[in-house]
Design a protein around this ligand. Structure first.
Ligand code: PSV
Ligand code: MN
Ligand code: MN
Length: 388
């Protein structure tokens, strides 16, 4: 197995983007629980996200969701983020909370509604120019609930046309990243249900159109690392939305439900050249913290990704390749498992200290008094929630 000292420089290349919405209140259809100190504005969400970066050194960017994070002056918002020690990242569009989109957005059969959805993406691209964002992330709730309700083929054609118009608006440095999800809120068919559909759509657009893989958006039992391998092989893995799930799109802390799956995914990322500053694969979290505290929840999440990345980097790939070629089934498997079972927490704590970061980011955040300060300061006004 590789030594920790061999992989230490590579760990410095890790950057995990945080979603602004992880800091707002969220919940299920049954209840949204509020917490003291929850941000009331996009600025307060950014300030909270900056705490995660301050204590871990892992999260230099914050993704925005439009219109949840709508402000008058995006340049000023970007400057505010920089003052906090982070910068603005991906812009996520939202075509799922407007009555007009009940039967679809960019796939809608009514040209006026389809245009409204396309125009929303144009607005997002304008914002990207002001924030310096590179990626436009599109997740669509489009789909139908009943067989016969819609013409699936025509909807796919309209999707393709809408995406072409949106793609044509991008600046030369900007990318379109299309996320897929197999169901919900549509329960019969979804217009972008799987990686194959997302791939077919983005491949038709061009080089700067990529697939986003959200780890919670697959049927139970899906071999997600196979999809990672295939998309990297095709040069079309643009981004991850990391989270974990027990049942459906649970949006729980990444690595909480199935750390081994996270390891397998990250091993394929490393294997396929998807890791590191120039890889073109954006690591992002897409999570909601319904009952746990949000800043610690995000700290735990980025540390989980870091721990599994370290373990994936530790795999002795030469020995693995030799065992695979020799047909040594159990030998190859045990080489992978050796790395998975390696506890990297102590060396990572030392590595953090060597870089001027706290050995224990969670304890350092608790000791900082930030939580108490925001609970006192942020009284009055509406708390930001997942949907506002
Ligand atoms: C809805 O499933 C969703 O969780 C998608 O994963 C998006 O990335 C996210 O909402 C934000 O739009
Ligand atoms: Mn997502
Ligand atoms: Mn989701």
């Amino acid at each position: 197995m590789a030594q920790f000292s061999d992989i230490a420089p590579l760990l410095a290349e890790q950057a995990i983007e945080l979603p602004s919405w992880a800091f707002g209140n969220s919940g299920t259809r049954f209840r949204v629980f509020g917490t003291p100190g929850t941000p009331r504005t996009p600025q307060e969400k950014i300030a909270d996200a900056a705490q995660v970066h301050k204590f871990t050194g892992l999260a230099p960017k914050v993704a925005l969701h439009i219109p949840w994070d709508k402000v008058d002056d995006y340049a000023a918002l970007g400057a505010y983020a920089n003052e906090q020690g982070v910068s603005l990242g991906t812009i996520n569009s939202n075509t799922f909370q407007d009555d007009a989109y009940k039967l679809g957005s960019v796939t809608h059969s009514d040209p006026r509604i389809r245009q409204k959805a396309i125009d929303h993406h144009f607005e997002c691209i304008d914002i990207m120019h002001k924030t310096g964002s590179k990626d436009l992330k599109i997740w669509l709730a489009d789909g139908t609930n009943y067989p016969g309700q819609g013409d699936m083929r025509a909807r796919q054609d309209r999707l393709s046309d809408s995406l072409q118009q949106i793609y044509a608006r991008l600046g030369t440095e900007q990318r379109l990243v299309l996320e897929y999800k197999f169901f919900e809120p549509a329960f019969y068919h979804t217009d972008v249900p799987d990686w194959g559909t997302s791939y077919a759509q983005v491949a038709a657009l061009g080089e700067r159109a990529m697939v986003c893989l959200d780890t919670g958006h697959h049927a139970p039992g899906t071999n997600i690392e196979f999809i990672v391998m295939q998309l990297l092989r095709l040069g079309k893995l643009g981004a991850f939305d990391f989270n974990s799930r027990f049942y459906a799109d649970d949006d729980l802390i990444v690595g909480a439900a199935d750390p081994f799956q996270l390891f397998r995914i990250l091993f394929e990322v490393v294997r396929g050249g998807g890791y590191g500053t120039d890889s073109g694969v954006a690591f992002m979290l897409d999570q909601c913290h319904n009952i746990e505290e949000k800043i610690p929840g995000q700290i735990r999440s980025v540390l989980n990704v870091q721990e599994m990345t370290a373990r994936a980097l530790l795999v002795d790939t030469d020995a693995l390749g030799a065992a695979q070629s020799a047909g040594d089934v159990l030998g190859a498997n045990s080489i992978l498992m050796d790395a998975f079972y390696t506890d990297v927490r102590a060396p990572l704590a030392e590595w953090r200290e060597s870089r001027g970061l706290p050995a224990d980011p969670m304890a350092a955040f608790t000791a900082s008094g930030y939580r108490e300060r925001i609970s006192e300061e942020r009284v009055g006004g509406a708390q930001a929630s997942w949907g506002a």
